[in-house]
Write a protein that binds this ligand. Sequence first.
Ligand SMILES: NC(=O)c1ccc[n+]([C@@H]2O[C@H](COP(=O)([O-])OP(=O)(O)OC[C@H]3O[C@@H](n4cnc5c(N)ncnc54)[C@H](OP(=O)(O)O)[C@@H]3O)[C@@H](O)[C@H]2O)c1
Length: 158
Amino acid sequence: MDLIVLADEEWGIGKDGDQIVYIPGDLRYFRETTMGHAVILGRKTLATFPGGRPLKGRRNLILSRDPSFAPEGAEVFRSLEELLAAAPEDAFVIGGASVYQALLDRCDTAYVTKVQGTFSADCHLPDLDARPDWRAVEEGPLQEEGGTSYRRVTYRRI
Ligand SMILES: NC(=O)c1ccc[n+]([C@@H]2O[C@H](COP(=O)([O-])OP(=O)(O)OC[C@H]3O[C@@H](n4cnc5c(N)ncnc54)[C@H](OP(=O)(O)O)[C@@H]3O)[C@@H](O)[C@H]2O)c1
């Protein structure tokens, strides 16, 4: 499985239960990259989607320990073990912080949109630049949209 994330310079990914920043061009890239694949996410990340609804055109595999949580159009798993037994090889881990943390060591590639600056995030991805088991293998050009500068960096687990 692979992961896809948007992070600031300090690897901050979320603030007050939402994304640190929304970049329309990056949302399109996220959609194109994950379309047709299974996506793995936590219950709190689902709540950040429009209407709290699962993503269309993708199998939504959601982690929650709440036995009454049963959103339409999604599959809910009560433990990592149950989820891993059901997740296909080509699934994308799409957050949030607790799910990235739990599945990082199972991911082969990380597609990171690195945003310049910091956003007072309250949750983070582990710093992949500081991890000996991850290496940046591809770095895209600096892009700018709505006053936000970012580049895409691909990391591989070695
Ligand atoms: N920048 C990005 O690319 C990006 C992407 C996604 C999310 N985010 C941000 O990340 C933040 C959310 O992250 P988060 O860590 O607070 O929440 P999360 O990972 O989205 O969801 C956490 C919830 O998932 C369930 N869960 C997690 N591990 C589980 C396990 N092993 N077994 C069963 N259930 C499990 C639990 O649900 P229950 O409480 O129902 O048991 C837990 O409360 C938000 O700010 C969001 O905007 C950022």
